[in-house]
Design a protein around this ligand. Structure first.
Ligand code: G4P
Length: 293
């Protein structure tokens, strides 16, 4: 397996985030609503050292709303507050400030008791690459902020972005890395587009996605790809390959002699899936996590 934990990156990212924690009141932990656990850094509790935190489930427009609600209950059982959003369209983004104020309510009250005008809450967005950090920062800022966060070796002075009167946001997010201990985590990240095809082979990613879709979203599959039937068991690789072949034929992904171009078929499936063409799909649910534990 070519992908791994990137220990060097992680140590550096952790140090950088811990430096920023000194400056801020509240952390906005951005997760992908379709894969909240796989897009989460498992050391996050240790890294954040008890800072008040809001879990924001981004790309909720692409996730299965029922499963997103299950995830909200899952995190809230652990005493964590959650908010599903869509940073692209701005859906629920205006709820971020009120939720952060709730987290900071005791401090605000204490300041008011002392007759001090509460200052703006200082916040930091953290999350793995591609989860939507820059999109959210730009949306909160109401303009495009240069995205330098992901470029190694680029340093610049920290700037505060004013988000209305009540919040200030650090302009560079904290970048976390997912942990690929479980190979399925890598596949979920790849299926949703969080990691690119160079890391895992596109055919394998598409097969993983198809298996999952056959098992959990059969009707959406049939409808999108015009399939009359699906194999009863998505775990049989030969059967899943046949489904990929059929989709390839329907989409015209062919080589000479009418043979299916698997790579092209796989890319088509992934592109349509990631663009939400199969409907709103989540790639992990709290139930499956509980089953594993
Ligand atoms: P990052 O800073 O955390 O690395 O992520 P960034 O904001 O660059 O967002 C990564 C991709 O995710 C972008 O797509 C962005 O438009 C998309 N995105 C962000 N938030 C949402 C959301 O709430 N819903 C949906 N559907 N998409 C969202 P991109 O520029 O097309 O990049 P890519 O998909 O080609 O990687």
């Amino acid at each position: 397996m070519a992908i791994q934990w990137f220990p060097g990156h992680m140590t550096r990212a952790r140090r950088q985030i811990q430096e920023k924690l000194k400056l801020i009141d509240v952390v906005i932990e951005l997760l992908d609503a379709r894969i909240p656990l796989s897009s989460r850094n498992p050391m996050i509790d240790e890294i954040l050292q008890g800072k008040p935190r809001l879990i924001v489930l981004n790309k909720a427009d692409l996730a299965d709303p029922e499963v997103t609600a299950q995830w909200q209950r899952y995190f809230e059982q652990d005493g964590l507050r959650t908010l599903p959003i869509d940073a692209n369209s701005g859906y629920q983004v205006n709820q971020i400030i009120p939720r952060c104020k709730e987290l900071w309510a005791d401090k605000i009250e204490a300041q008011l008791r002392k007759g001090i005008n509460p200052r703006a809450i200082r916040a930091l967005i953290v999350g793995i690459p591609n989860v939507g950090k820059s999109t959210l920062i730009n949306r909160l800022a109401g303009k495009r902020i240069a995205a330098v966060g992901d470029k190694p070796g680029v340093t610049k002075a920290q700037q505060w972005i004013k988000v209305g009167e009540e919040m200030q946001l650090l302009d560079t997010p904290g970048i976390l890395w997912p942990k690929f201990e479980d190979q399925n985590v890598g596949f979920r990240l790849a299926a949703t587009g969080a990691i690119k095809e160079e890391i895992l082979h596109v055919d394998d990613i598409a097969l993983f996605a198809l298996r999952y879709l056959i098992e959990h979203y059969g009707d959406a599959m049939k409808e999108r790809f015009g399939l009359s039937q699906l194999p009863p068991d998505g775990t049989d690789t030969d059967e899943v390959v046949k489904v990929m072949e059929e989709i390839g034929r329907k989409r015209g992904a062919l080589l000479g002699g009418g043979r299916v171009d698997y790579e092209k078929a796989a890319l088509t499936i992934l592109r349509e899936l990631r663009a939400g063409k199969l409907g709103r799909i989540s790639f992990e649910a709290p139930e499956s996590v509980a089953a594993k534990l």
